[in-house]
Ligand binder design. Structure first.
Ligand code: GLU
Length: 491
């Protein structure tokens, strides 16, 4: 038999935003497919219409596009950002497959693997209350499991409201074979007959997702841990239909540092929020891919292609993965430093729009902060002092340690002379300026600290800032001497 083509899918529900856990699921599904030269699909699971949020599909695709996670098949955006569906296993929007799901439900009923249930919401409520009162496990009590065929027919013809439920085994166990968790067994007694078609005729996740996975020839079902306990029902469905089971992989939860489940209340969980803040797609992908998996013990930085080549689903951790924002910040700083200069300027310069200075000056400021930045937007506050004409020295000491004002003055007056002599053609080279100024300090028999501190503070009026050499290189001769003069006037 020819080897099966590997096909994976990401199957989010359009409920408003793309959870970062979802991005990790999408990445892993993409890695598995791409590593094997197979196909990665995007399917929209919108059968729960009450949870549907207008515009959610567009925004979901747009976030995935920004992250560079592109399916070869399924729902996607065209060049004008309109929703399209590509591939020959469609439709890929689940609600458009309603009739297909209904056909499968009919088949299951014919095979006595599912049944019509006419129980009203009130009755189910009563049942649940009684179960709670008598401290029994809650769940459907099987009331309609064995209704007479004629009665069912009559009630259907009379248009009575109904759902369709799976007729699950009442005893014995079922074992889920999960790539990440190994064999996990469940007791059928504890699993109640799942609704697969709701009263509005729409399939629930359980039928819709499994039927679509089968029809779309999905070989690996990679999804969040919350679905593990539903897998027995899914296995029952597959086996009842005589379909070959896919590989199941349930990914660990993403946790806060205090080990609670990462939730909206404790911080951002929407991928779009991270992108909006200025986190780079490369950093986010790299970071999320390593939440719960790392191919080596000593490396944190991987290109997407390396991740694809190295990925191994069976090596994903069972335990929850802690979301450490410091690591994401560190990676973002890394990718900001690594990116080509023009892309860096494109990202950062808009944050300096409020300042009137010329483009070249802004570029020098942007380059100065490249090493020191986590998010591009930080540049505005960080570099504010480089754009002000009048500096405020009231909160910093211009003099060095226990040195006198006179000593500081002598250093600064000399520094003005040195700066004025700097060769204009090399004035923006901090290395050159450093060598030159240090040589001058030595010639005067002064110390580095007692000269460079007053000089740096004069140029910045900040307790902390880049070195005076870097500042002179950015500010240029005229501005640097003007600033040192300002500082002198306050001494
Ligand atoms: N629609 C499900 C969700 O958003 C997907 C689960 C799956 O991948 O099967 O959680």
């Amino acid at each position: 038999m020819p080897e099966k083509r590997i096909r994976t899918r990401f199957a989010p529900s359009p409920t408003g935003y793309l959870h970062i856990g979802g991005v990790r699921t999408a990445l892993y599904a993409e890695f598995v497919a791409k590593q094997a030269g197979g196909d990665f699909l995007l399917r929209i699971e919108d059968t729960d219409q009450s949870r549907y949020v207008e515009g959610a599909v567009e925004s979901l695709c747009s976030v995935m596009k920004q992250l560079g996670i592109e399916p070869v098949e399924g729902v996607w955006l065209d060049d004008t950002d309109k929703i399209i569906q590509k591939g020959d296993h469609g439709p890929y929007i689940q609600s458009e497959r309603k009739h297909i799901h209904q056909e499968y439900a009919k088949k299951l009923i014919e095979m006595d693997k599912a049944y019509y249930c006419f129980c009203t919401a009130e009755r189910l409520d009563e049942v649940r209350k009684m179960q709670e009162l008598t401290k029994r496990p809650t769940g459907y009590d099987g009331h309609c499991r064995n209704l007479d065929a004629d009665e069912v027919k009559k009630r259907l013809e009379a248009g009575e409201q109904h759902v369709v439920r799976l007729k699950l085994p009442e005893e014995g166990t079922v074992t889920v074979n999960d790539v990440i968790r190994g064999d996990v067994s469940f007791d059928w007694k504890l699993i109640d007959d799942q609704v697969i078609i709701k009263s509005d005729g729409m399939a629930t996740y359980h039928l819709a997702s499994m039927a679509d996975d089968h029809d779309m020839e999905i070989t690996h079902v990679i999804r969040g841990e919350e679905w593990l306990s539903s897998t027995p029902k899914h296995i029952f469905l597959y086996e009842s239909m005589g379909w070959e089971l896919p590989v199941f992989a349930h990914l660990p939860l993403i946790l806060n540092p205090d080990k609670s489940k990462l939730s909206k209340r404790q911080g951002d969980v929407a991928a779009e929020d991270y992108l909006k803040k200025g986190y780079l797609p490369e950093a986010l992908n790299n970071f999320l891919a390593l939440l719960g998996w790392n191919p080596t013990a000593d490396r944190e930085i991987y290109t997407k292609q390396e991740l694809i080549d190295l990925f191994d689903l069976s090596k994903v951790n069972k335990a929850g993965a802690v979301f450490q924002i410091d690591k994401l910040n560190w990676l973002n700083n890394h990718y900001l430093r690594e990116m080509d200069e023009q892309s860096y300027f494109d990202l950062v310069l808009p944050h300096l729009n409020a300042f009137k200075e010329d483009e070249d000056f802004k570029k020098r400021v942007a380059s100065l902060y490249r090493e020191r930045m986590i998010l591009p937007s930080e540049i505005t506050d960080q570099s504010l002092y480089l754009f002000s004409d009048q500096l405020d020295y009231s909160n910093v000491s211009i003099t060095w340690k226990d040195h006198t004002k006179e000593e500081a003055k002598s250093r600064l007056e000399a520094a003005i002379e040195w700066i004025e002599q700097i060769d204009d053609t090399k004035q923006y080279d901090a290395k050159f300026i450093e060598e030159y100024i240090k040589e001058m300090i030595q010639k005067n028999g002064w110390g580095n600290g007692d000269t460079l501190w007053p000089l740096r503070v004069s140029l910045s009026a900040q307790e902390k800032s880049p070195s005076p050499f870097e500042l002179i290189a950015v500010l240029g001769k005229k501005q640097s001497t003007a600033r040192v003069n300002q500082a002198l006037a306050t001494l």
